[in-house]
Design a binder for this molecule. Structure first.
Ligand code: GLU
Length: 454
């Protein structure tokens, strides 16, 4: 890389170099670019962090370790399938690698690296001593029997077990990996290692080492972050109409917390379409369809009655709302959707998913003065409660739901505060993207600097 002292030129050169060395990984390029684009103000104040002789930036964009493996498994009819397994152990300066596993056909090494890169800074923002990692597989759990999912998880863990551990790397859930999958993965880890090592995975069932409020944490946290952003503007969530995308774990508990705080979430979606319910989402019905029957949101509209309408293939962002919660997947909210939301008067956007908003859409929200909470800050509640689960496991205790929820609320307040204050300090008031990226980066960079060349 070009050995220049000019920080912006260094960042541009690093970006180009990263793209060249990691071809065909557009999501990873996007995630790196978004962070690097925020960092120039730091180097103006702390030039040592960009000092070419330290190579700190070059190290931060390169995972410490990348694991790729074959996952063979047998379906219910005796046929063999081969999927690919991944674990990217990105950065352990602040603690053991920590981050979820995603099972989805779109998973490839670039997707896992984007998620792992985001996770480094997100986890740093929680202040809880966790490094960044991510993993998964291109396996599609959709339409598979429980027995097939179990055999897949057992095969996946038969390779993964040798790389993880409570002090090494602690996976959890993400898209396609929930309580069922974590159960099968934990069972196989325990069987292979002959260890009851509760802290090796988080998102466990509450009867066997899981934390209260972990399933709720990402969605709850994203709503609490939105509430904090609105409070800065003298606004609240009560009485606000909310548009929520997705219908997985994050979306469901986003809807639940919004309803608890007196807002009216009116949508849910999946990859085939969305439902809009003018009376507000009936959460019991949505959960029955999604969590019990593992069905589609189209069924919600069919069963809910006249207040709900299903729009096949449409964009959930067409629905007018005061606040928006993209809680499905990466790049689900683009320029056109942002324009529509702005035109409809949206006041805040809180990212429940990882990188759901495209860079162009983020820019539009910021230019329009919409409060925008980036995923690294807004959805950090999930991994934060995972760290609380590790703490409970280490002390062989189980905290009450009320205690975990209080801690979650405090963590979200502090993530909001540090993002807000850092943005102010670096001359970008109200810009949570800059604030969160810089605050997370400073914590990781400072730890790396004093730990020598690693
Ligand atoms: N997959 C979640 C995330 O994106 C949670 C990770 C965890 O709990 O380790 O942050």
């Amino acid at each position: 890389m070009k050995d220049t002292k000019d920080p912006q030129a260094r960042l541009d050169a690093l970006r180009a170099d990263t793209e060249r060395r990691n071809p065909a990984q557009p999501e990873f390029h996007q995630a790196v670019r978004e962070v690097l684009d925020s960092l120039a103000p730091v180097f103006a104040v702390r030039p040592e962090l960009a000092d070419p002789s330290l190579g700190l930036l070059e190290r931060i964009v390169e995972p410490e370790r990348q694991i790729l493996f074959r996952v063979p498994w047998q379906d219910d009819h005796g046929r063999i399938h081969v999927n690919r397994g991944y674990r990217v152990e990105f950065n352990s300066a602040l603690g053991p690698y920590k981050g979820g596993l995603r099972f989805h056909p779109s998973v490839d090494i670039g997707v896992v690296k984007f998620l792992g890169f985001e996770q480094i800074f997100k986890n740093a923002l929680t202040g809880l001593g966790i490094g960044g990692g991510k993993g998964g597989s291109d396996f599609d759990p959709h339409g598979k029997s429980d027995a097939e999912v179990m055999r897949f998880c057992q095969s996946f863990m038969t390779e993964l077990y040798r790389h993880i551990g409570e002090h090494t790397d602690v996976p959890a859930g993400d898209i396609g990996v929930g309580g069922r999958e974590i159960g099968y993965l934990f069972g196989q880890y325990r069987r292979i290692t002959n260890r009851w090592e509760a802290g090796v995975l988080t998102g466990k069932g509450q009867g066997w080492g899981g934390s209260a409020i972990r399933p709720e944490a990402t969605g709850y946290g994203s709503v609490l972050f939105a509430a904090e952003m609105l409070a800065v503007r003298g606004l609240g969530l009560s009485g606000q109409t909310a548009v929520v995308s997705g219908s997985g774990n994050v979306a469901i508990y986003t809807i639940e917390k919004l309803q608890q705080l007196g807002a009216n979430p009116v949508t849910a979606s999946d990859s085939q379409g969305y439902v809009v319910d003018e009376k507000g989402i009936d959460l019991a019905l949505l959960r029955q369809i999604k969590e019990v029957e593992r069905g589609r949101v189209s069924e919600y509209a069919a069963r809910r009655g006249p207040s709900a309408k299903y729009v096949a293939g449409g964009s959930v962002w067409d629905v007018a709302a005061d606040v928006a919660f993209p809680s499905a997947t990466q790049n689900e909210l683009g320029e056109e959707a942002a324009r529509t939301l702005i035109r409809n008067g949206v006041k805040a956007v809180s990212e429940g998913a990882n990188m759901p908003t495209t860079p162009e859409a983020v820019r539009l929200f910021q230019e329009a003065g919409v409060a925008f909470g980036p995923g690294k800050a807004a959805n950090a509640g999930g991994v934060a409660v995972s760290a609380l689960e590790m703490a409970q496991n280490a002390s062989r205790s189980a905290w009450t739901p009320a205690r975990v929820e209080e801690e979650l609320a405090e963590i979200m307040r502090s993530i909001h505060a540090v993002s807000y204050e850092t943005a102010e300090r670096y001359g970008a008031p109200g810009d949570y993207v800059t604030g969160a990226n810089i605050a997370g980066f400073e914590r990781v960079a400072d730890a790396m600097l004093v730990q020598g060349l690693i």
